[in-house]
Design a protein around this ligand. Structure first.
Ligand code: ZN
Length: 262
C-alpha cells in the first residue's frame, strides 16, 4: 500500500470503516431522494430515440418509394413514345404481317404501362401509409419530449439541491477510503451493494446484529468488544463493531455538524 505508510490498528480500521459507512449512508439517502427519476428519464430518452429511429426509417422508405415512382414514370414515358412510333409506322406498312407485328408491340407496351401504373399506385399507397405513421410518430415524439422535459426538470432540480452536499460527502468518503486497505474496502463495498439497507458495518445492539437482528453469541460479542480482529456477523456477513465504538464515532461526527441536516 504505497498510499498509506501508516499501519492502522484494528480498532482504527473499524472506526474508519464505520465513519465511511455513515458517509455512504448519507450519500445513499440523497440517491433515494432522486428515487426512480434517473431511471425514468433514461427510459424516456431511450423511447424517444427509438421513435426517432422509426421516423428516419420511414422517411428513407418514403424516399425509396418516390424514387421507384420516378423510374416507373420514366418507363411509362418510354412506352408511350414507343406506342406513338409504332402507330405511325402502321400507316406505312406494306403487309398485314407487319401491321400485326406492330399491333402486338403496341399491345405489349400498353400492358407495360398498365403494370407501371399499378405499381405506381401501390407505391403511392405505401407512401400514404408511411406519411400517416410519420405524423403519428412526430406527434408521439412531441408528447413524450414534453413529458421528458418535465421529468428532467424535476431531476435537475433535485440534483442541483443536493449536488454540493453530495460532493462534500463524496470527498470526505474518498479521504477515508484512502486510509482503508484495498481488500477490506472491497469487502465493505461488496456488502454495501448486497444489503438492502446499504449497511456493511453495524454495531451490536441489544446483543444482536444491527443489520439482520440475529443474536450474536456471547463469545463473539466479547471478540468484537476486544477490537483486535475484524469480526463479521455469522448470519448476514456484515462487519460488526461494539456499540461504544459506533457511538463514539457518531458523536464526533455530530459535533462536527456533518449530520446537521439529517
Ligand atoms: Zn447480521
Amino acid at each position: 500500500m504505497p498510499k498509506t505508510e501508516k499501519e492502522y490498528t484494528v480498532e482504527e480500521k473499524l472506526a474508519n470503516l464505520y465513519k465511511l459507512q455513515l458517509l455512504v449512508s448519507e450519500i445513499d439517502r440523497i440517491k433515494n431522494l432522486r428515487g426512480e427519476l434517473p431511471q425514468e428519464v433514461a427510459d424516456m430518452e431511450a423511447a424517444i430515440e427509438g421513435l426517432n429511429n422509426r421516423l428516419t426509417n420511414d422517411q428513407n422508405a418514403i424516399a425509396e418509394a418516390e424514387a421507384k415512382i420516378n423510374v416507373l414514370q420514366g418507363k411509362i414515358e418510354e412506352a408511350t413514345a414507343q406506342i406513338k412510333k409504332y402507330t405511325k409506322q402502321q400507316d406505312d406498312v406494306q403487309n398485314n404481317r407487319q401491321y400485326e407485328f406492330l399491333s402486338k408491340e403496341i399491345e405489349y407496351q400498353q400492358l407495360d404501362i398498365e403494370l407501371s401504373n399499378k405499381r405506381i399506385h401501390e407505391n403511392l399507397e405505401t407512401i400514404e401509409g408511411l406519411k400517416r405513421r410519420l405524423d403519428a410518430t412526430s406527434a408521439e415524439i412531441d408528447e413524450r419530449q414534453a413529458d421528458l422535459d418535465i421529468k428532467r426538470g424535476e431531476l435537475d432540480e433535485i440534483i442541483a439541491e443536493t449536488r454540493s452536499e453530495e460532493e462534500t460527502l463524496r470527498e470526505k468518503a474518498k479521504k477515508i477510503e484512502n486510509t482503508i486497505e484495498t481488500r477490506l474496502l472491497t469487502t465493505f463495498k461488496r456488502i454495501h451493494k448486497k444489503t438492502h439497507n446499504g449497511l456493511a458495518i453495524v454495531a451490536i445492539e441489544r446483543e444482536s446484529c444491527g443489520g439482520c437482528f440475529n443474536r450474536i453469541t456471547p463469545q463473539r460479542q466479547i471478540d468484537v468488544k476486544m477490537r483486535k480482529k475484524i469480526m463479521v456477523c455469522e448470519y448476514c456477513g456484515r462487519i460488526l463493531i461494539d456499540e461504544e465504538l459506533a457511538n463514539e464515532n457518531e458523536m464526533r461526527r455530530r459535533r462536527k455538524g456533518i449530520l446537521a441536516n439529517v
